[in-house]
Design a protein around this ligand. Structure first.
Ligand SMILES: Cc1ncc(C[n+]2csc(CCOP(=O)(O)OP(=O)(O)O)c2C)c(N)n1
Ligand SMILES: [Mg+2]
Length: 804
């Protein structure tokens, strides 16, 4: 017997009254007309792009009927009907997003920051504090890369497992009721080809989490049919090996037609129950869906679908079939259904108009003010004619956007540069005031703006005295994690080899035995879903530490970190947060894949996260403590060669904090400032000792965190004393050393204090060769630093420092 099941038709647990059926019909029509109107709006030039949920209404109505308060959705751009059915998306909001209305009030999912079809609910109050998620319908904030919703979906489901299994979390009643919440995922048939999909499915099967994944199968991914995507052309057949059996846990795999209303309801109710009660993951393959308007507004499907397919799609359109079902069961007359459809169409149109009026009205108001100020300024200017013409052209713009207004204003200010009068000042003042509004509209919330942002965490110094025992660095971390596990039930750690052996460097040694497998957990080798597991859990109020065994393997998860975690606060304009800590270790080991310090890559892709590069484990423990008091996501890169080095054990572990964005001066000097971080601190300090012997005095600064970077200008102050600076690290040339230079030279007004050209010291551009010699000739050595510093001094005073 096939392991893929169709749910037999049986009496529905949901009593199917005519009211329910007709309410679903109304919603299907409302959503469909929103799609049809949406496409027209794009073609009329009122929106840039549109992607719609038509052809997938019925399955989403069924999913909405099985969804309960406290549950989470993580899906993709086709899910408008589901969101509307839950009352989490009005048609007006739907159009506000299509127009990119930059307002949380009008477009609560992303405040106009995301293209249409990116859904989200707001988990946070305005001050950044959590709402009670158990009393809400929750949707994670969508992202565009296909299948990238899957790892987070796993984490959302996994959180239910943690809440059910860890009895100490009883007090976390805002997030869970005994782990009863189901995470509902949606994905397109073609997107199941992505590695992330398979990795997430496998992890969910292993973890046995309450995750219900719906595959909306419309047989295409843009123009490419299923046979090019999926072995055997069927995702449920491919996944059959994941199906649970009487003896082995796995997935419940269900198959249903996307136009069969009763079967859909049965299937979704059953899936919800299995996941909710027994924490069994479920995959629902919803087949025979259609795309009545093609993939998106970018092109028409007539280009690649056969006449036969197009006419099949017409006949088997789920809304058409739903209508036939209602009529054949005598639930309503054709006239009644026509009337419902007419009303739904009128409502969609009315809400679309309201959205347009709100969106365009705001801009038209700004435009009117700008035109008025510009016209006034023109009267007093020698450039009157051209300025008046610009004002007039602006006032005539059809469907103006903000860019029209500000392009004109900025160009006119350039023309007015020699003018000095009140009218011009008024225009300039208005432009400035709008600048801060536009910053809020388009650039706020890259980092947390709540009272729990990392910069607000108070510094508490470590307590160390001459009697503090000298221990291996890893023991400091171990003691820190021990006390944190003891005191913070929401804190837990997982990753490859983290559980039984307590990670490859043993900072969790013995802690699984002490706190149990729920708190300190081994995972499979699957970096991407380790991160997704962490994101989803952090979205639901937990404080996970997700471990990536070595920094080099962060690459497997960097896409998710970049596309999802790092931009979460930004893309929801403060509507969601996931204060996940990624723990990893890097720098200064050997070989192409174990020595990496790809900090430039990280810095460029993870804006929105805190990037910690502690030089030793005391600093790391203090940084962890700071992060756990804050609500920001972070990447912690411990020094691989620091676990066995001796440090003094502070007596206030878990309490002391290391401030973020505050460099520490490790050695004072007067000739040159060297700015560095992580393992390079020791190398530079050793070089400084050698340089002191030849009368060169180096000031060594550890930046401690690369993001945020030196918020108080400590480096600039040092440069004012030494007048020379070198930025040193073991990344490639032009990587993080260049970042540091840009931050200081551009950001701290030091150029006029520099007596020598600022320089960088970095590794070679290639990956480091293996073994000690490979390291020596690939990464900056003490000699490299000594020689570069000496060369700088030679240039300054060749007599005192003759060429070597
Ligand atoms: C990683 C990635 N690759 C490519 C795309 C471009 N793209 C957007 S949607 C899509 C097709 C998806 O098809 P399917 O998963 O079947 O969903 P459907 O649109 O048919 O509902 C593609 C290739 C993307 N968004 N992300
Ligand atoms: Mg598809």
């Amino acid at each position: 017997m096939s392991k893929v099941q169709s749910v037999p038709k049986s009496p529905l647990s949901l009593h199917l009254s005519p009211e329910i059926i007709l309410a679903d019909f109304r919603m299907a029509m409302l959503s469909r007309h929103a799609s049809l109107i949406g496409r027209k709006e794009v073609f009329m030039g009122k929106a840039k792009f549109g992607i719609f949920g038509d052809g997938k209404e019925l399955a989403q109505l069924a999913m909405a009927r099985a969804f309960q308060l406290g549950d989470f959705r993580a899906g993709y751009y086709r899910d408008q009907t589901f969101m509307m059915a839950l009352n989490e998306l009005s048609v007006q909001e739907y159009f506000a997003q299509l127009y990119a209305h930059a307002s949380v009030e009008h477009e609560p999912a992303s405040a106009g920051r995301l293209m249409n079809g990116h859904f989200a609910t707001r988990s946070l109050n305005e001050d950044g504090s959590w709402k009670n998620l158990t009393k809400m319908n929750n949707s994670a904030a969508d992202i565009s890369p296909t299948a990238a919703q899957m790892p987070k979906l796993l984490g959302l489901a996994y959180a239910s497992k943690i809440y059910r299994q860890n009895k100490e979390l009883k007090g976390f009643s805002k997030f869970s009721v005994n782990g009863n919440e189901v995470a509902w995922g949606t994905i397109g048939n073609a997107s199941t080809s992505e590695g992330m999909f398979y990795e997430s499915i496998n992890a969910a099967g292993v973890l046995q989490v309450p995750m219900v994944v719906s595959v909306w199968d419309d047989a295409y991914g843009i123009s490419v049919p299923n046979e090019f995507h999926t072995t055997k052309g069927s995702i449920s057949e491919v996944l059959a090996g994941f199906a649970k059996t009487d003896t082995a846990p796995g997935f419940e795999i269900l198959k249903v037609k996307g136009w069969d209303y009763e079967a859909l309801l049965e299937t979704y109710l059953r899936a919800g129950e299995l996941a909710r009660i027994s924490h069994i993951p479920v995959l629902i393959h919803v087949e025979e869906l259609t795309q009545p308007q093609g993939h998106s507004t970018s092109g028409s499907h007539e280009r690649y679908k056969s006449q036969e397919r197009l006419s099949w799609e017409k006949d088997w359109d789920c809304n058409t079939k739903f209508r036939e079902y209602i009529l054949s069961n005598h639930i309503a007359t054709a006239d009644h259904l026509d009337q419902i459809e007419a009303e739904a169409k009128a409502q969609a149109k009315k809400e679309k108009e309201a959205a347009w009026t709100a969106f365009s009205g705001e801009i038209k108001k700004e435009l009117a003010v700008a035109v008025g100020l510009l016209t006034d300024a023109a009267q007093h200017s020698s450039r009157k004619v051209i300025l008046e013409q610009m004002a007039q052209e602006l006032s005539k713009t059809i469907n103006p956007i903000r860019k029209d207004v500000f392009t004109t204003v900025r160009k006119s200010l350039m023309l007015l540069r020699f003018d000095s009068n009140e009218a011009k000042s008024k225009l300039k003042d208005w432009y400035k005031a709008q600048g801060s509004l536009n910053f809020d509209r388009y650039s706020s919330h890259l980092y947390s703006q709540s009272e729990w942002n990392v910069l607000a965490v108070e510094e508490i110094k470590p307590l160390i005295n001459e009697k503090s025992p000298l221990v291996d660095g890893r023991e400091i971390l171990q003691a820190f994690f021990d006390t944190t596990l003891e005191n913070n039930p929401e804190f837990f750690a997982f990753g490859e080899d983290v559980g039984k052996i307590g990670d490859v460097n043993q900072a969790f040694a013995g802690l699984q035995a002490k706190y149990g497998e729920v708190r300190v957990q081994d995972t499979g080798i699957r970096e991407c879903t380790i991160i997704g597991q962490g994101i989803g859990a952090a979205l639901r109020g937990l404080r996970p530490v997700a471990e990536i065994q070595y920094l080099d393997y962060l690459l497997y998860g960097i896409q998710l970190l970049s596309d999802d975690l790092a931009c979460l606060q930004y893309r929801t304009k403060g509507g969601q947060k996931a204060p996940l800590i990624i723990r990893t270790r890097g720098h200064r080991l050997e070989g192409v894949w174990h020595s990496g310090s790809p900090m430039g890559m990280i810095l460029s892709s993870l804006r929105g996260m805190v990037i910690c590069v502690p030089r030793n484990m005391t600093q790391a423990a203090g940084m962890y403590a700071t992060l756990l008091k804050s609500d920001e996501p972070a990447l912690m890169i411990e020094c691989l060669n620091g676990y066995r080095l001796k440090e003094q054990m502070p007596s206030n572990l878990g309490e002391f904090t290391v401030p973020m964005g505050k460099p520490e001066i490790l050695r004072s000097g007067k000739d040159i400032t060297i700015v560095t971080y992580g393992s390079m601190c020791r190398v530079v300090l050793d070089a400084a000792i050698e340089l002191a012997e030849i009368e060169i005095s180096i000031e060594v600064i550890d930046v401690q965190t690369l993001l945020p970077f030196d918020v108080h200008g400590v480096i600039g102050e040092s440069i004012k004393r030494t007048n020379r600076v070198i930025f040193a690290d073991e990344d490639v040339p032009g990587g993080a050393s260049a970042f540091m230079m840009q931050q200081v030279v551009e950001g701290q007004d030091v150029f006029r204090f520099l007596d020598s050209e600022p320089q960088t010291i970095a590794a070679k551009a290639h990956r480091p060769a293996y073994s000690t010699d490979g390291d020596y000739f690939s990464k900056p050595s003490i000699e490299d630093i000594v020689e570069q510093v000496y060369a700088m001094m030679h240039e300054t005073d060749p007599k005192k420092y003759p060429a070597i």
